[in-house]
Design a protein around this ligand. Structure first.
Ligand code: SAH
Length: 352
């Protein structure tokens, strides 16, 4: 355990000793704030790799997709907004493509990790930073991108027990470890009707922070115009299942050991995100598969052009294209969702 991680474990232990078990959501929030705040976890040498870090083609397709909407709607002014921009690679690739297509919006990053902010400044030097959504500009449409952001937000887990549905909580287990168990709190009213009689041990997940962020952004788009693009792994219909996972050095670990040292994620509930957008009066395109979306936007043509001008890297470019698009890689696991006001053009890439 690193000294930083030890501190996180000590803090959680003190919290549990003082006021009893913490919810899975509270545990995940403390662990991930420490994890992202500490260092840059991305890339081949880090813990996990994201689509923009696999290939520049991913950010370029995002740039093309945004540009198509901009060209068809032509707002007088607008902003490029990214939530959880990682190393800033996606932003840099998308913005380069957008500049080539004739527009250069000012850039706003919502990021709470000091370590990653430092990387983002290098990639996109003129970005303005925000701790949360509240300070984003209000005077023009927002073109919002969130790639692999929502999966990092804390989830609550509700577990079916003999005594009904209970909040899953985290207790201390051994010297440095923790363990999850059903808590005392009854939470039946959070479970959709169709799941109430599910087998003992079933888990239902909710992510209040994801819903809140989606609602806040949707309300902004309904008022000031713009579009939001969400890409992540997740499910498109209400579902049961424990999707909490921990990753370190590209290998799965125990989510309840060494908090702050492993990346904790959960699958994103796209059904809920769509509902949040629609409740604010937005239209929704998707969720569709990442593979189909990238193919529809021309990633194959882009891969051919890149390979032709970099013959020594042709095999790597094909491999990256396959990783992003193939059904047995990221192509179907990752979903793409767009939300936009009714008076904005229909976005491309969803087979509309
Ligand atoms: N979009 C990037 C990085 C994904 S990792 C990519 O595709 O490569 C998740 C990102 O979300 C990191 O930048 C992390 O610091 C940020 N993040 C996580 N929780 C956050 C929160 N509550 N507020 C703002 N940023 C957050």
């Amino acid at each position: 355990m690193s000294p930083d991680t030890e501190q996180v474990a000590v803090r959680l232990t003190q919290q549990i000793e003082a006021s009893g078990p913490v919810s899975v959501a509270e545990y995940m929030r403390v662990a991930n704030t420490a994890y992202y705040g500490r260092a840059d976890p991305l890339g081949a040498a880090g813990d996990f790799i994201t689509a923009p870090e696999i290939s520049q083609m991913f950010g370029e397709m995002v740039g093309i997709w945004l540009s198509d909407l901009w060209l068809r709607h032509r707002p007088v002014a607008c902003y490029y907004v990214e939530i959880g921009p990682g190393r800033g690679t996606l932003g840099a690739d998308a913005l380069r493509t957008m500049r080539r297509l004739g527009w250069e919006p000012s850039v706003h990053f919502v990021e709470n990790s000091p370590a990653l902010r430092a990387k983002q400044v290098q990639a996109v030097p003129d970005a303005t930073f925000h701790d949360n959504l509240e300070t984003l500009p209000t005077d023009a449409p927002l073109f919002v991108v969130a790639n692999e952001f929502f999966d990092a937000l804390p989830i609550r887990q509700i577990v079916s027990t003999q005594g009904g549905w209970r909040e899953r909580v985290v207790v201390q287990d051994g010297v440095s470890g923790f363990a999850a168990m059903p808590g005392a709190c009854a939470t039946e009213d959070l479970i959709p009707e169709q799941f109430r009689t599910a087998a003992m041990g079933s888990i239902y997940e909710i992510c209040p922070e994801a819903s809140s962020i989606m609602q806040q952004l949707s309300a902004r788009l309904a008022k000031q115009g713009g579009v939001m693009l969400v890409i992540d792994y997740g499910y498109t219909q209400p579902a049961l299942g424990d999707t909490l996972q921990a990753v370190q050095s590209h290998t799965y670990g125990d989510p309840f050991t060494n908090p702050g040292e492993l990346d904790l994620t959960a699958h994103v509930d796209f059904f809920e995100l769509s509902n949040c957008a629609q409740k604010c009066g937005l239209l929704v395109a998707g969720p569709g598969d990442q593979g189909a979306w990238l193919s529809g936007l021309g990633i194959d043509q882009r891969a051919q052009i890149l390979a032709a001008s970099n013959p020594d890297r042709a095999a790597d470019i094909t491999a990256a294209r396959n990783r992003l698009v193939a059904p047995d890689a990221m192509g179907t696991l990752f979903k793409v969702l767009a939300a936009y006001p009714p008076d904005w053009p229909q976005p491309q890439g969803f087979g509309l």
